[in-house]
Design a protein around this ligand. Structure first.
Ligand code: PLP
Length: 424
């Protein structure tokens, strides 16, 4: 469709609706079963780490003078902390290598603050109402964690260089119940936005009414560029210290989208005080980490160049899929004014905006045609996108052939829902 729907006559609109319905019926009749709901790595991406499964091998279990088969060394293997310290631009002593899921680490950290309070303020967060800010669109599982604690979420807009700092400043300065904010600073899920240094500095320096305010800085996609090399990772801990707020960032990351999804290594980082606080509470939960898993990551990557080379291989698999999505969208709905989308330089998602009031309808139409999309609204608090226009696309898992079918089918659904809307 090359003309704006709004410029059509009533007669032309009738014809467009009839044509879109017929196109949709044909799509439905194909009986597709496609899934682009979640940002899972494709099998070929998982194959890139196949060699890691036979590491460290029978006779390789001592590193840094530590027998990885035994209890102990709660902060994780020094060699892995040094390696990923370089990847994440964090001093090894500030970086803890943990279990297999960073989301679990985030849940733990929130639980520790909830039950015990943070290192710099005595009261447990559970002792009074707590609110969190969430830049939207955001990562649904972040939102779900906080919502499961009964924390009230306040949406703040995410713009091209990070969250809207002016809006945030005003909110955090006036309300001591706002204890935290969710941030995915690089190639954000789902917008693909990377925070600028200025936005980062502003977040780390702003005045907050809550003395124990924390930024949950989830750097899940630090080295996950789709085009060229990933930008330099900012040293948030150093900036926070310079700004006089050393305890503000809780940093998280993992190798889930480097090696094995949900079976890699997660990381936590913070100031000396935060790390001591975290380890103190963690030590009530476990005696040590899975250091054999950590060792195989050290053996597999060897050094920071090993990580970069490995991530270029992921890029070679992922970039053509993202290219395919945007090419089809451009061709099918590009100049119709009924959809817009991001062309991300990294991360795992394309952010699709359809006409306000039609995202749920598009997702429902797609579902009925056998194309599973992330539920509309899931990137917003309580699953409620006030404009009902945002849809998250996750192109990584399907093959290119499946993706082609799914996005073409999606465009059919976008056209039909737009025609229905304008025809009303
Ligand atoms: N953080 C973000 C922003 C993510 O997008 C994801 C997975 O999609 C995760 C964390 C999950 O990480 P993990 O597998 O380490 O729990």
């Amino acid at each position: 469709m090359s003309t704006s729907l709004h410029s059509l006559t009533d007669h032309e609109l009738d014809a467009e609706l009839t044509r879109s319905r017929a196109e949709y019926d044909t799509l439905k009749a194909r009986g597709l079963a496609l899934d682009i709901t979640r940002g899972k790595p494709a099998p070929e991406q998982l194959d890139l780490s196949a060699a890691m499964l036979s590491l460290p091998g029978d006779n390789d279990y001592v590193i840094d003078g530590i027998d990885c088969r035994n209890y102990g060394e709660l902060p994780g293997l020094p060699s892995l902390r040094a390696l990923f310290g370089e990847v994440l631009n964090i001093a090894p002593e500030s970086l803890i290598a943990g279990g297999t899921s960073s989301l679990e680490t985030m849940y733990d950290v929130l639980s520790f603050a909830w039950i015990h309070g943070t290192c710099d303020a005595g009261a447990p967060w559970s002792s009074a109402p707590v609110k969190f800010l969430c830049p939207v669109p955001g990562y649904d599982r972040h939102l779900a964690i906080t919502e499961s604690f009964g924390i009230e979420l306040i949406a703040v807009p995410l713009v091209s260089d990070g969250p809207d700092v002016d809006a945030i400043r005003e909110l955090v300065a006036g309300d001591p119940q706002i204890k935290g904010i969710w941030c995915v600073p690089m190639f954000s899920n789902p917008s693909g936005v990377t925070y600028s240094e200025q936005v980062t500095r502003d977040l780390l320096s702003m005045q907050t009414a809550a003395p124990d305010f924390r930024i949950f800085w989830d750097n899940a996609y630090a080295v996950h560029a789709l085009v060229g090399d990933a930008p330099e990772v900012l040293d948030v801990l150093a900036i926070a210290a310079q700004m006089g707020n050393p305890e503000r960032p809780f940093v998280f990351a993992s190798t889930s989208k480097m090696t094995i999804a949900g079976g890699g290594v997660s990381f936590f980082a913070g100031s000396g005080e935060n790390v001591a606080w975290y380890l103190g509470h963690l030590s009530q939960k476990r005696v040590g980490q899975d250091k054999v898993n950590q060792l195989r990551h050290v053996r597999f990557f060897v050094d920071v160049n090993g990580v970069r080379t490995h991530m270029r291989k992921h890029q070679q698999i992922l970039a053509p899929k993202f290219e395919l999505v945007t090419t089809i969208l451009r061709r099918e709905v590009g100049d119709s004014g009924i959809a817009s989308w991001t062309d991300p330089r990294g991360g795992y998602f394309v952010n699709l905006e359809v006409l306000p009031g039609t995202a749920k309808r598009v997702v429902a139409l797609a579902k009925d045609a056998g194309i599973a999309l992330t539920p509309a609204g899931s990137a917003f608090p309580s699953g409620n996108d006030p404009r009902d226009s945002h849809i998250r696309l996750a192109p990584s898992l399907p093959s290119e052939a499946e993706l082609q079918l799914a996005i073409n089918g999606l465009c059919t659904c976008i056209r039909l829902s737009a025609a229905e809307l304008v025809h009303r």
